[in-house]
Write a protein that binds this ligand. Structure first.
Ligand code: HEC
Length: 189
């Protein structure tokens, strides 16, 4: 049968589609059907470990911020997924503590998701609580004032529009917060 696909285009296309479907079903459709925890919002309230993480839906303000994030194309340059790589968990870490890897249960309310594909800027999946509001205002006004040589464009129309600014910062501060993984819940506001 595989020999035939070498010389016959119709066989080739049919077999390619069959293998493609098997791959898709096994790796993307079957796992969430079998393991229901993938679709359940993240929850970890084990106080003995100091963990009180809980995923919640975004508030109205945070949702407006998310819409601005989409409108401005922040996701062209920023991903929102901490991969299993050391480089990721260190980069997203906090004062010497590595950040946890992203898991599906953190994205249950994130639709359509903003995982992104291109890391022109750093990953933002754990940026919530990393900087305070004043930092974000200065950064939106002109990133190079804080990070010399930054190639992130300035967004003065966000920094100078109080309602949009409050919304997008509220959204950014939610990113990666569900797991509450930082020691002593050490977050900037
Ligand atoms: C052209 C690519 C590009 C776009 C578009 C972009 N950024 Fe950035 N961003 C970067 C780069 C590069 C950095 C790293 C240097 C810096 O901090 O300025 C960065 C850094 C950041 C940081 C700090 C991350 C950290 O961990 O230090 C935040 C927060 C951020 N960007 C948010 C945004 C938001 C929100 C938008 C949309 C309004 C946006 N960015 C659009 C490239 C981009």
């Amino acid at each position: 049968m595989l020999n035939k696909a070498d010389s016959n285009a119709v066989w080739f296309i049919v077999l390619a589609l069959v293998f493609f479907a098997i791959g898709g079903l096994l790796t993307t459709v079957a796992p969430p059907l079998i393991d229901k925890s993938w679709a359940a919002p993240f929850s970890n309230s084990d106080p003995s470990k100091g963990l009180t993480g809980q995923l919640r839906p975004l508030t109205e303000l945070e949702q407006r911020g998310r819409a601005i994030y989409v409108r401005e194309g922040c996701w062209y340059c920023h991903t929102q997924q901490t991969r299993t790589l050391l480089a990721d968990t260190k980069r997203s870490g906090w004062r010497g503590v590595d950040s946890p890897v992203s898991t599906p249960d953190e994205f249950v309310y994130d639709s359509p998701h903003l995982f992104g594909t291109k890391r022109t800027g750093p990953d933002l999946s754990r940026v919530g609580g990393k900087y305070d509001t004043q930092w974000h205002r200065t950064h939106f006004r002109n990133p190079r004032d804080l990070v010399p040589g930054s190639i992130m464009p300035p967004y003065p129309w966000i920094a100078n529009n109080e309602s949009e600014f409050q919304a997008i910062v509220a959204y950014l501060q939610t990113l990666g917060r569900a797991k509450n993984w930082r020691p002593e819940n050490d977050y900037e506001k």
